[in-house]
Design a protein around this ligand. Structure first.
Ligand SMILES: [Fe+2]
Length: 294
């Protein structure tokens, strides 16, 4: 099976392209690489784009970009996806710096775009604003979590790193503990997009910067149980939650365990179902605000 092994970008529609672009460029510190009347491409470095913003009626996540190993035959990949009864489209030059990709929809209607080769852009991080290392993960509320977990595992090759009860799944495609997470909700929508910062002092500086911007945190800082990352959460102008995190667990695939950490509960810490929901959510810091997961 050809598995995706990296999340590269997320694409959004937005009713306020200028405000969203300002947040990702000036506050988050992504570099604005290309822009026209209706679209803005912003990068955290290396990839031509980490976030794509397109003018639309409402703020919503419409697509995710994933990479399969360079050298992968995308014809073979499209055939593999087609065996699941999923229609695919091959697109050339639909994305700057990605000349060939396979596009299809996941089971909840998000467009998945998979590429093998891209032309890296030697941007490096932009040393203004928050300037994250990279896109870490995207989380969605879904109405049928089992079906969506099955899609991401069976079709895209993800593995479950942890479950919180039976309602919150953390899925990995590479060494990071999760690149996609899925939480049961009343409707299907993106819940948050998360960017990795360098360390805990970077999170402190980001919080100081957000305070100057009069952008309040909606949760955190906390250290989560699941994933053991330190995280904060704030909202962008469209009201979508942005997580800033560091120290996320990394998974050793050969041992099926997480790289040892003093903060772990289990030795070794391995994929499991966390039944203690409070411990799964928080090791320290205030609990999530009421309704945070909705
Ligand atoms: Fe997250």
């Amino acid at each position: 099976m050809i598995r995706v092994d990296r999340i590269a970008y997320a694409a959004f529609e937005t009713p306020d392209l200028a405000a969203q672009t300002d947040h990702y460029e000036r506050v988050m510190g992504l570099k604005l690489v290309e822009r026209d009347t209706d679209t803005a491409y912003l990068t955290a470095g290396v990839d031509h784009h980490t976030v794509i913003l397109r003018r639309g009626d409402a703020g919503r996540c419409v697509a995710l970009g994933f990479q399969v190993p360079p050298g992968t035959d995308l014809g073979d990949y499209a055939t593999q996806i087609g065996k699941h009864g999923i229609a695919t489209a091959r697109r050339s030059d639909s994305q700057p710096n990605i000349r060939d990709l396979v596009a299809f929809e996941d089971n909840k209607g998000t467009r998945i775009e998979v590429f093998a080769e891209h032309e890296p852009v030697p941007n490096g991080p932009r040393w203004s604003g928050i300037a994250p290392n990279k896109l870490g993960h995207v989380a969605f509320n879904v109405t049928d979590i089992q079906a969506t977990v099955k899609f991401y595992c069976d079709v895209l090759g993800f593995r479950a790193s942890d479950w919180m009860g039976d309602f919150f799944a953390f899925l990995r495609c590479g060494p990071d503990h999760h690149s996609i997470n899925l939480v049961t909700g009343a409707t299907t929508k993106m819940h948050h997009i998360a960017f990795e910062l360098r360390d805990w002092t970077h999170i402190r500086d980001a919080c100081d910067f957000l305070a100057q911007e009069r952008t309040p945190l909606v949760w955190g800082p906390v250290r989560h149980g699941i994933g053991h990352n330190i995280s904060t959460y704030h909202r962008n102008p469209d009201g979508q939650i942005i997580e800033l995190f560091c120290e996320l667990d990394r998974v050793n695939e050969s041992t099926q365990s997480f790289e040892p950490r003093r903060v772990h509960q289990d030795f070794p810490q391995s994929p499991k179902v966390w039944s203690d929901i409070l411990q799964a959510a928080n090791m320290w810091g205030s609990p999530p605000p009421e309704g945070f997961l909705d």
